[in-house]
Design a protein around this ligand. Structure first.
Ligand code: GUN
Length: 292
């Protein structure tokens, strides 16, 4: 069994990006600049955005964090988005999700300039992804592809079962695994809350990508021998024995499933760090595209 070490691979990617930024600086070019908008005080979202900003510092990018109050109106947020769309200094930006309920998320995602949409959430970019056109691939699915590729995990002709149909992970992942090329060429089943007899489906899978957000959902008896297991779950579970009072738990019963798996991602240290590395990669791509 091999652990797919997202922490290590993400550090390798950040080192590669750092080198590219150094070269840009040496040529007197402007370095990539990522902005992030966060609306409200959700603890997990603040943590994620903080990690994204710190990652920018680590690789030598410029970054701007825009913090807006939880009572921000839709119009105020759309004005801020317009400002970032028009600002030539900003190569790419993200609007951290979820947004407070007074704001229509679809309207917000449509307002982002697709050329700066480094999350790949705009329908124009999502459509390009589905049609194999060059675009920004959403960071978490992009990170999973990169992990599979760097570990040489065979995906062609395999049966990939995706659990969860979120717009951020499950849906794009199901499209990407079925695309032509590597990693891809999989036969994909997308399962969700209405799926019947899920064990019957997962137990036939060569590759399982679980993005459900239910701790310890995937048990050993749901998995066949030598399956590849990708755990996208990052649920905070109360734990008084830790300093923060919680620990991060994945969708997979790691202790038992890892005994059967050929490859498996840990939580934390698997998919999570890859998401941030790929957001940086998308920002670098945005910067290069704006120049050419
Ligand atoms: N919320 C959870 N994951 C993500 C992500 O990848 N991007 C943004 N913008 N919000 C998120």
């Amino acid at each position: 069994m091999t652990i797919l070490d997202g922490k290590k691979v993400s550090n390798d990617i950040k080192d590669e990006i750092t080198e590219q930024v150094k070269k840009m600086k040496a040529k007197g070019e402007k370095v990539p600049h990522l902005a992030a908008i966060i609306v409200g005080n959700d603890g997990a979202s603040l943590t994620y955005v903080g990690s994204k900003v710190r990652a920018c510092e680590r690789v030598g990018f410029e970054s701007t964090l825009v913090k807006m109050s939880s009572t921000t109106s839709e119009v105020e947020l759309l004005d801020k988005i317009n400002e970032l769309n028009e600002n030539p200094e900003i190569d790419g930006y993200i609007v951290q999700l979820p947004l407070p309920e007074q704001i229509d998320t679809q309207k917000v995602l449509l307002a982002v300039n697709p050329d700066k949409d480094v999350d790949g959430f705009h329908p124009a970019n999502f459509g390009k992804m589905a049609l194999d056109m060059t675009t920004f691939i959403p960071a978490t699915p992009f990170g999973i592809l990169e992990l599979l590729e760097r570990y040489g995990v065979e995906t062609s002709g395999k049966h990939t079962v995706v659990i969860g149909r979120s717009h951020i992970v499950g849906r794009p992942m199901s499209i990407l695994m079925g695309r032509k090329g590597f990693p891809g060429n999989s036969t994909v089943t997308l399962t969700h809350s209405h799926t019947k007899n899920i064990t019957q489906i997962t137990s036939q899978a060569d590759i399982i990508i679980s993005a459900l957000g239910v701790p310890n959902f995937l048990k050993a008896e749901m998995v066949k021998d030598d399956a590849v297991i990708i755990d996208v779950g990052i649920t905070r579970v109360a734990d008084d024995s830790t300093e923060k009072g919680y620990r991060i738990t994945g969708d997979v019963d790691f202790v038992n499933v890892s005994k059967k798996a050929s490859f498996i991602t840990p939580v934390p240290g698997g998919v999570g760090p890859m998401t941030i590395a790929m957001l940086l990669k998308n920002t670098l791509l945005a910067c290069e595209r704006h120049r050419s």
